[in-house]
Design a protein around this ligand. Structure first.
Ligand SMILES: Nc1ncnc2c1ncn2[C@@H]1O[C@H](COP(=O)(O)OP(=O)(O)O[C@H]2O[C@H](CO)[C@@H](O)[C@H](O)[C@H]2O)[C@@H](O)[C@H]1O
Length: 679
């Protein structure tokens, strides 16, 4: 939620962007992914490989869970890799297509809109085919090349652009935040725009997230959501909770908001000035139960989504969904045709709580093994601590039908000890269903030629306005107006992931150079205080804006020359994409999605015109970061044509969600080829 979006500078904002309790391991990811998976990369023995209910023992490995009934919960580890499965898929897919075509020639009348006052009048209709219905659009599948990721390369995607999808699904996103309704970071951006891109391609899409009310003007964002007057009972935490639903149909998407008193309190979605909320496990357990019921009970536009849905569950907050599908619904024949995909935006937060909380989750007792987690001995607090815990993300890694990360690089990193946060062994065992798809961005919200937040509009064809944006930013934050002085920016959560400690250690040296630096961020109070102190120490060169402020983030993106992102790990990263679209050159740590999206500058190729869109540095040290920054500032000062080339190449890249949406569809197709996870 944009809780602390007041524009007053230096006001402390809400804290932790995620409540999840556990991120103890240091992370330094720098090695390159292997070109393709080797059998020996799997550190499982054959017996382990057969069973899914692993008891994960921190980073040390795992063992099959052998207690009585859990033996029957045997997961068929898919033997074939994506490419192979894809080959067989096209045959199966075609016959299914023909059958379904014969069965049903016409679509259903769906997406009927009730009027905004809840009177029940129908004001519009959408003709949408039933989930899984197939339409041909003349694209010949067999001609497509795949990347090592198994997904189509961008040239092939180019051919399919502007086309509607061939197979439509009823898709249910489950997320703790979705922009513009609630946002603390990139998860909200993705869940606010990918659903719209998928709906535009013909899918029926619902996004289920909490209706946060925190007593600020941000509450108005839910003003158009209508109470569906449908209460459900959720049995969890030793009692019965009554949960309601609100609904807004916007941009082709059903935005469904789960309503419960635990979402009504000051702060952001996960915490307030005192830290993370103590009942987050309860709040997101409710979300997951409600999300499982929503497709069955909510007649959105007159029709429920029904059982044959595809759940896209995002991060640990939504991770109970695939476990509930397997443990609570499928044993009774419900959701047997549904599939679930776990989308991992950040593996460092896993929803780990004491083992005694298992009984609160609303799962049958015999499913404990799915979420069981044992801390390694060194991570235990005292001699009697058995290290027993429940780990919701681990449960989703086990039970989801497929796994996705938000860049290809990150999908490899999470299989390594450095990037796997204790789940690398388990995730490696599911490599055959793991893919990475780089996020897109909302190109309407982030467009320098029409952005309502910036002082002057500009484009790759006419860059003049960017200089005005820089002056306006310097004025707004009270820095000396110096059009020729390189202006460096940073935007993001102030936490370990984002490498703030590295910036802190390098600031004295950075400030020795002729540069200005603007930082926008909130999070760890220690870093918030450091930003304030640094501003006092370097009055003419440094500004630290503590808070969460979307308009300022746009102004910094447009007004700066350079965006610094020394992230320790970065599953995708959106700010570097926004920066490139605004002609602001990124200097980033060579990791995860940053490595996938920022092309390192090489001034000598293309007959001296150069190529690349920014600087990537490695290893993650102060020295290599300073060297990259100094390269950038020197290029800015001394090689203007090269700088303009860097800006333009970044601005001209395709950042639309459509590319990603098409790759998601390929993964959907694979998800429905295999049977769902059953006990
Ligand atoms: N103080 C502030 N004021 C205003 N806006 C602010 C802000 N701090 C951050 N933001 C905004 O929040 C978003 C942050 O997105 P990121 O992708 O950088 O990070 P995040 O780590 O939250 O997301 C996780 O999920 C996303 C989505 O998958 C991945 O890209 C990423 O790598 C992963 O860590 C951007 O829109 C940024 O402008």
């Amino acid at each position: 939620m944009v809780a602390a979006s007041s524009s007053s500078s230096l006001s402390s904002s809400s804290t932790a962007s995620s409540s999840s309790s556990w991120s103890p391991f240091a992370l330094m990811v720098s090695s390159k992914p292997p070109p393709q998976w080797e059998k020996d990369d799997l550190d499982l023995n054959p017996v382990q490989a057969k069973f899914s209910n692993f008891t994960v023992v921190g980073q040390l490995g795992y063992a099959p869970f052998w207690s009585g009934r859990s033996r029957s919960r045997c997961l068929r580890i898919r033997a074939s890799v994506s490419g192979g499965r894809r080959g067989s898929s096209s045959q199966d897919g075609n016959s299914a297509v023909e059958d379904e075509e014969k069965e049903e020639k016409k679509g259903l009348l769906l997406g009927t809109e009730l009027d905004g006052y809840g009177s029940g009048s129908v004001v519009g209709f959408n003709l949408i085919p039933q989930s899984g219905k197939v339409e041909f659009n003349g694209v010949n599948d067999s001609s497509k090349e795949t990347t090592t990721n198994g997904l189509e390369d961008s040239e092939d995607i180019g051919r399919e652009k502007n086309a509607k999808t061939k197979v439509t699904h009823n898709i249910v996103f489950v997320t703790s935040e979705a922009a513009p309704y609630s946002k603390t970071g990139g998860l909200a951006d993705v869940c606010g725009s990918l659903p719209i891109a998928l709906a535009a391609r013909g899918h029926r899409v619902m996004v289920v997230s909490p209706k946060y009310i925190n007593g600020t003007p941000a509450d108005k964002k839910f003003a158009n959501a209508v109470d569906l007057d449908r209460l459900i009972k959720v049995y969890c935490f030793g009692g019965v909770q009554e949960v309601g639903f609100f609904h807004e149909y916007r941009d082709g998407v059903d935005w469904v908001f789960v309503d419960h008193p635990s979402y009504h309190r000051p702060g952001n979605p996960y915490g307030d000035i005192h830290g993370a909320f103590g009942d987050n496990q309860f709040r997101f357990t409710l979300l997951c139960h409600a999300a499982c019921e929503a497709p069955l009970v909510l007649p959105l536009g007159g029709f429920t989504y029904g059982e044959k849905c595809l759940f896209l569950v995002n991060d640990w907050h939504a991770s109970l969904v695939p476990i509930l599908l397997a443990a609570k619904y499928r044993p009774y024949g419900v959701y047997k045709d549904a599939r679930s995909i776990l989308v991992i935006h950040n593996l460092a937060h896993q929803g780990v709580e004491p083992a005694t909380t298992y009984m609160n989750l609303g799962l049958p007792p015999e499913w404990y093994g799915a979420v069981e987690w044992v801390f390694p001995t060194w991570a235990r607090k005292h001699a009697l601590d058995t290290g027993q815990a429940v780990n919701l993300l681990k449960g989703a890694v086990v039970t989801a039908d497929r796994l996705l990360t938000v860049s290809q690089g990150y999908s490899w990193e999470i299989t390594t000890a450095e990037g796997g946060y204790g789940l690398n062994g388990l995730i490696s065992s599911r490599r055959s269903v793991l893919n990475g798809i780089t996020n897109g961005i909302d190109v309407a919200e982030w467009d320098p030629s029409s952005d309502e937040h910036i002082a002057c509009h500009y484009s790759a064809e006419n860059l003049n306005g960017k200089a005005q944006c820089k002056i306006a930013l310097q004025k707004e934050v009270g820095l000396p107006i110096r059009p020729d002085c390189p202006l460096i920016g940073f935007i993001g959560r102030l936490d370990y992931q984002k490498g703030i400690d590295l910036i802190r250690s390098a600031i004295p040296e950075i400030m020795e150079d002729e540069v200005q630096f603007v930082m926008l961020g909130s999070g760890d109070p220690e870093f918030e205080d450091w930003m304030r102190a640094t501003e006092s120490a370097y009055k003419d060169k440094f500004r630290g804006w503590v808070g969460f402020n979307v308009p300022i983030s746009h102004k910094i993106t447009a007004g700066c020359d350079i965006l610094l992102m020394p992230s320790r790990f970065e599953p995708c990263g959106l700010n570097q994409l926004y920066a490139m679209r605004y002609g602001t050159v990124p200097v980033v740590h060579d990791t995860g999605g940053l490595r996938d999206t920022v092309e390192n500058f090489n001034p000598f190729v293309q007959e001296g015109h150069g190529e690349g869109t920014g600087w990537t540095f490695s290893p993650l040290t102060k020295e290599s970061m300073l060297a990259a920054l100094r390269n950038a500032t020197r290029t800015y000062r001394e090689h203007k044509p090269s700088w303009e080339g860097l800006m333009k190449r970044g601005m001209q890249r395709d950042y639309t969600w459509e590319n990603a949406a098409i790759q998601y569809e390929q993964v959907f197709e694979w998800a429905f080829l295999d049977p769902p996870y059953v006990s």
